[in-house]
Design a binder for this molecule. Structure first.
Ligand code: GTQ
Length: 367
């Protein structure tokens, strides 16, 4: 890949060079100038493509898996989101994995742990629970739950519940790319519950308050569950005090109550509200994001393509892709849950952001 710009690799091929390249191959080497322009692009080039996964298309196929495989045999009964540009690493976008997990009442998956960090966002059903290092959490629609790296965790649905579906989000592709992924099955297959149900919410879920004498020093939030009602209430209150972000509307991030930083070291998450009729401005930034529509309907324009979404649809924004969002309703708000790898971008000083208009060369498609 040659490039005419001074300072970029621009070597014309000759028979002699071709012979030279062949010789280098024999010693497991190659000439940088044959690949330099590809491996050092002017700006990030994502292999991921924007995708909208429509829940009304997917739901019945997710439910079909209940009759086809047991959680015992499958380990976890999950249909994962397979980005056409990232099938080789089972990523939904960039270095993030996501899937829809389904469980029937009375089912429980075996407890396990892995180096990847994980989260759940509950989509439908009654009676779902997750146990994380002995902390049991009851889960309802739009609740957001952490199962941080290195914690034992298992999921199930109470006998009295209904079929439950939730979205899993993990950094499996990232941790695999870093060649640092371990996995273990719990020696007893299931964990004992060591605390009162929802104890992390009772302990850490009070804004502005924190227990005296806490000794938490782990790299992830001690609050494992972020419930929908207080989250939605917080957004509505905040909307009365802010004009919101020009790119995201009224947006709040889920945080580690101790540090105020992201909930986990590699994955951050947010909930945003688009007010009735709100249309945001386009921007782009490094880092990959996966959205789930928690409420309402609208559209997003991602990399020049328009995606119309409804409640429970999932879509992704690849790194450095222009994106903007719109609420289709003039009367109701719309809420988007999202998770992303921005903590990694921040930690490595790789975060970069650009608003449309700062760069006249790239115009997003009009709605
Ligand atoms: O439940 O921890 O969708 O390890 C994929 C891998 C869920 C889990 C997934 C996992 C999990």
């Amino acid at each position: 890949m040659r490039n005419e710009v001074t300072g970029r690799a621009n070597v014309a091929g000759t028979p002699e060079l071709e012979r030279y390249y062949k010789d280098l191959e024999r010693y497991e080497t190659a000439a940088l100038w044959t690949v330099a322009n590809k491996i050092e692009p002017w700006e990030p080039k994502s292999d991921s493509v924007p995708v909208l996964w429509r829940y009304r298309d997917l739901r019945e196929h997710v439910l079909r898996s209940i009759a086809l495989v047991s959680p015992e045999k499958a380990g976890r009964r999950v249909i994962y989101l397979n980005n056409p540009g990232r099938r080789d690493v089972a990523a939904a976008v960039g270095w993030l994995y996501s899937g829809l997990q389904v469980m029937n009442p009375g089912e429980v998956a075996s407890a396990h742990m892995h180096s990847a960090s994980a989260l759940r966002f509950i989509m439908e059903g009654e009676g779902a629970y997750t146990i994380v290092d002995g902390h049991k959490m009851s889960l309802s629609a739009n609740d957001f739950v952490l199962t941080p790296n290195g914690t034992w965790h298992e999921h199930g649905v109470e006998d009295s519940g209904s079929p439950c579906i939730w979205q899993d989000g993990l950094d499996i592709p990232l941790v695999n790319a870093l060649e640092a992924n371990f996995f273990a099955v719990h020696p007893n297959l299931n964990q004992a519950v060591g605390y009162s149900v929802d104890d992390t919410s009772k302990t850490w879920g009070h804004p502005g308050l924190r227990p005296v004498n806490d000794t938490w020093s782990k790299g992830y939030s001690p609050l494992f569950k972020y419930e929908w009602e207080p989250t939605y209430e917080a957004l509505q209150e905040y909307a009365r005090a802010t004009d919101g972000s020009p790119y995201d509307g009224v947006v709040m991030k889920y945080v580690n109550p101790i540090t105020g930083g992201p909930v986990m070291q590699t994955i951050g998450a947010a909930m945003q509200m688009l007010r009735p009729g709100e249309k945001t401005q386009a921007h782009r930034h490094t880092g990959s994001t996966i959205y789930q529509v928690a409420k309402g309907e609208g559209y997003s324009i991602i990399g020049g393509r328009r995606f119309d979404w409804q409640k429970r649809d999932i879509f992704c924004v690849p790194s450095w892709a222009w994106h903007e969002h719109g609420n289709a309703s003039e009367t109701d708000d719309a809420c988007l849950f999202s998770f992303h790898d921005l903590p990694v971008m921040d930690a490595l000083s790789l975060y970069r952001e650009e608003s449309y208009g700062d760069n006249a060369g790239h115009q997003p498609l009009a709605a």
